[in-house]
Design a protein around this ligand. Structure first.
Ligand SMILES: *Cc1c(COP(=O)(O)O)cnc(C)c1O
Length: 495
């Protein structure tokens, strides 16, 4: 590897204009989300809302959420945003919650509260030798795995139904034991965009004195509008007795700036366990509901602003338009001889696979035509798939996307075999985390052409190789990949 000098703080400063121009240029190879041709990652609220969000964000950029007594404005904004969220999700006056940086933080906090709630009631769990257990449908978001990892919880994964991809309540019931503290359901799940049977899970949780968290990060905001639009939508909110907590992202379908989510609790007796307080040091005493201590008020103000900008009627219209768009995509794929829907989406995301053509190559061919679609690797009973999020900005492109999709299916139908996969597939599939050594990982990274600080091209060939790896092996390889990615690039831009 070539020796490079690390980036240093520039010896002399530059004018704001020069600095801003450089920042602008750095974005050149980002996905072009403004085009409306990106079917993932960005929830584009349109130009007027975007301008408002930016102004609100910068207006509160420097206010510090560390101490709500010093910045009552932030306390008020948070209580108002949480109040709107609670009312939206069928909460009564008892429901409380907090504004967080995202779905992951909301989920980690709910798991922490559930853990400490269980420990406060069940002395057998208080000893650190007893790891509390959470029961997850196999479609639960990765954030729950992260929470278990950070909070030292045992996770039990239970396969979802292989047709509907909804949680299997009986199988989850069978997995409960004396260490179990929590059940999880999604409304909607990310991968297949379906609502788990929340009323059944809630009844189970209640009967067994367990915490039920509903992950409404993706669906919480939009699902109530779908119901009002006449769509049959399974019950999932605080109207269901037995739901303990709900996470709901505002930076998804409330179209807030990134860094905006809420975690809500049935009442204060549950939320109490979320709060961390420390008077055990000589500095200022802290009492933090959330993980971050010092935090900008920007994302909170922006979330508040966008909720007021669209209002209930505005969101209802947005929901109507994306739902109509998603229906067109769903119907087209459903009728396609070579494509197969994974479950029937309850919202505006669509996941599909193919039993006749290589699906990752379809994705690659689409992306080569200037679309950006997300790929999902196979996992347990869910085959490798393409995932489309249908946002307002995508609506004008639907016909062209579907035409290109049909074309791309034909384009890859007789494509040549993946030689690497033919030669290595069996060996890769047999790798286990324990059999994997540093040299093996390095070899895989070199196959993928990974270099420090630069983004490799992840094409169909690589996805087909990753797809045969066991999840634990994927995790090891990707960890090393990230470790390489976040390091000094071989050559740094200085101009
Ligand atoms: C996005 C998402 C999360 C995690 O949210 P982040 O904001 O990315 O941290 C959790 N659950 C579901 C269902 C999601 O869609």
């Amino acid at each position: 590897m070539t020796q490079t000098s690390p980036e240093t703080i520039p010896p002399r400063g530059s004018t704001p204009q020069v600095v801003l121009e450089r920042l602008e240029r750095y974005r050149e190879s980002d996905v072009d989300w403004r085009s409306g041709k990106v079917w993932a990652y960005v929830f584009d609220p349109g130009e007027e809302a975007e301008a408002l969000i930016k102004r609100a964000f910068t207006a509160y950029l420097s206010e510090n959420g560390l101490d709500p007594t010093a910045f009552p404005s932030l306390l008020r904004l948070e209580n108002e945003v949480v109040g709107m969220a609670a009312a939206h999700l069928g909460g009564d006056a008892e429901v409380v919650g907090n504004f967080t940086s995202g779905g992951t933080e909301s989920i980690i906090l709910a798991c922490k509260a559930a853990r400490d709630w269980a420990r406060s009631r069940r002395p057998s769990l208080a000893s650190s030798a007893r790891r509390p257990k959470i029961i997850l449908p196999s479609t639960a978001h990765a954030a729950f795995h992260k929470a278990a990892h950070y909070l030292d919880l045992d996770k039990v994964l239970v396969d979802v139904d292989s047709d509907s991809f909804r949680a299997d309540v009986d199988a989850m019931a069978a997995a409960i034991d004396e260490h179990t503290i929590m059940l999880v359901g999604s409304a909607v799940s990310y991968a297949h965009c379906v609502v788990d049977p929340i009323p059944e899970l809630a009844a189970l949780a209640k009967a067994r004195d367990l915490w039920l968290h509903v992950d409404g990060c993706m669906g919480g905001f939009l699902l109530p509008y779908m119901r009002r639009l006449g769509r049959e939508t399974p019950a999932f909110d605080f109207g269901v007795d037995g739901v303990s907590s709900i996470s709901m992202d505002l930076h998804k379908y409330a179209f807030a700036a990134k860094g905006a989510s809420v975690v809500l609790y049935r009442d204060k007796s549950l939320r109490r366990h979320q709060i961390f307080t420390c008077a055990d040091w000589p500095g200022y005493t802290i009492s933090n509901p959330t993980i971050a201590s010092s935090k900008s008020g920007g994302s909170l103000a922006a979330a508040w602003a966008v909720l007021h900008h669209f209002g209930d009627a505005g969101y209802l219209e947005l929901a109507r338009s994306v739902l109509a768009g998603a229906d067109r995509v769903l119907d087209h794929i459903d009728a396609h001889a070579d494509l197969r829907l994974l479950g029937r989406s309850d919202m505006n995301h669509v996941a599909f696979t193919s039993d006749t053509v290589p699906i990752f190559r379809v994705a690659e061919a689409l992306n080569a035509r200037d679309w950006y679609v997300q790929v999902q690797l196979s996992y347990r009973n869910s085959p490798g798939s393409i995932h489309l999020a249908i946002n307002p900005a995508n609506l004008r492109w639907i016909d062209q996307l579907l035409a290109d999709l049909d074309d791309c299916v034909e384009q890859v139908r007789d494509s040549p075999a993946n030689v690497l996969l033919e030669n290595l597939g069996a060996a890769l599939a047999n790798l286990t985390v324990d059999s994997l050594d540093a040299a093996g990982i390095q070899e895989m990274l070199s196959i993928a052409d990974v270099k420090p600080g630069t983004v490799p091209k992840v094409g169909a060939q690589l996805n087909e190789l990753l797809d045969v790896l066991q999840p634990g092996v994927r995790e090891r390889v990707l960890t090393e990949f990230m470790n390489e990615l976040f390091s000094s690039p071989v050559s740094s831009e200085r101009d």
